[in-house]
Design a binder for this molecule. Structure first.
Ligand code: ATP
Ligand code: MG
Length: 336
């Protein structure tokens, strides 16, 4: 059976990359599969979070799920810390994963920066907690952005090593990443508006680098106008976007949001400059995200409602994870 798990960290405001790389896929998947969508607050504290803000951001991510069209009656929507299996399984899997595997993770290097000695131990073992998130459900499919591909590979290795070490060849399935969007590769990696070689991120945003789902029309227009670009007109062929990371990113965003291929977008805008393309892009972004942001604002005005959704979701999620956790504990020789 196909079982889906994914999560988003309440580490800041929800941006266009999270929407296109993750949430939009969730909305499609929920109709067909057994889906679990989590607000991963345990991951968020791998870097310092103000407690009050962490709670608010948790509601913000829950609101984004619902506003984008995730139906909490269909998919299970919950907070990670509300389901004990995540933490308990993470410990066991920390003892399965090898230091050498974790040392290869590029996200740790990016997030820890130059002074890795001062990063939290949690940030270091983050990929193992992510493996636990997925395996606690025996999830088979994980819709994520391109940046999570390496962590998914680690989760697969952890699953295989657990199965091998405890001589249970079929215990954990090998989780498959679902990285491509509905419209192909575009959307799987949305880049910063200020630097086409860095991904758009919640946690280290430079000014004007992110479009947040809650940005208003003027702010979106301003950010896109200020987005880094180059003096050349847009090419007429997709090959002409190579070595032009900023142009490639902006065209990619247009293609993903409009449901057109990059080639189709270029057949429309090829030969024209950014003075024409940027306002068209701003208009499209506003058209697609303003209904979501309006609904997010409405939902965030009722935190008690959102809390109720998450708590009920955590109960439903626990019904899935408890039997799996029990079997894991018996397998490793814990008294249960
Ligand atoms: P942080 O900077 O705190 O890590 P983030 O913006 O990377 O935040 P996450 O909560 O780590 O967001 O990731 C949530 C989901 O969004 C993941 O599936 C991730 O792959 C996806 N995602 C994040 N950034 C992008 C992006 N720029 N383009 C496409 N998908 C993205
Ligand atoms: Mg991230």
């Amino acid at each position: 059976p196909t079982r889906v798990f994914s999560g988003i960290q309440p580490s800041g405001g929800m941006h266009l990359g999270n929407y296109l790389g993750a949430i939009r896929k969730f909305v499609d998947l929920q109709h067909e599969y057994d889906c679990h969508f989590c607000v991963v607050n345990m991951h968020a504290i791998t870097v310092w979070q103000d407690p009050q803000k962490l709670l608010e951001q948790t509601m913000h991510i829950a609101a984004a799920y619902l506003a984008a069209g995730v139906d909490p009656e269909k998919a299970v929507v919950f907070h990670q810390s509300g389901v004990r299996a995540h933490a308990e399984l993470a410990w066991i899997l920390n003892c399965v994963a090898r230091i050498g595997w974790v040392n290869r993770m590029t996200q740790f290097k990016d997030k820890a920066g130059k002074d890795a000695e001062r990063a939290s131990v949690g940030l270091y073992t983050y990929p193992v907690l992510m493996a636990a998130d997925i395996l606690a459900y025996k999830a088979t499919h994980v819709p994520v952005g391109e940046d999570q591909k390496q962590h998914l590979e680690l989760a697969r290795d952890v699953a295989a090593k657990f199965n091998h070490d405890y001589d249970k060849p079929d215990f954990f399935p090998q989780p498959e990443p679902l990285i491509k969007g509905q419209f192909g590769e575009t959307g799987a990696r949305i880049m910063s508006l200020r630097d086409g070689t860095m991904k758009m991120s919640k946690s280290n945003p430079s000014e004007n680098s992110c479009i947040y789902l809650t940005d208003d029309t003027d702010l979106i227009a301003k950010k896109i106008k200020k987005a880094k670009s180059d003096p050349e007109p847009l090419p007429t062929e997709t090959g002409g976007l190579e070595d032009r990371p900023e142009a490639k990113n902006l065209v990619g965003i247009y293609a993903t949001l409009s449901g057109k291929s990059v080639a189709e977008v270029l057949s429309e805008f090829g030969g024209q400059g950014f003075g024409v393309f940027k306002p068209a892009l701003a208009e499209l972004v506003v058209e697609k995200i303003s209904p979501i942001s309006a609904e997010m604002r409405r939902l965030e005005g009722d935190p008690a409602f959102l809390q109720g959704i998450l708590r009920k979701g955590a109960e439903r999620a626990s019904e899935v994870t408890e039997p799996i956790l029990k079997e894991v504990k018996e397998t490793v020789g814990y008294l249960v």
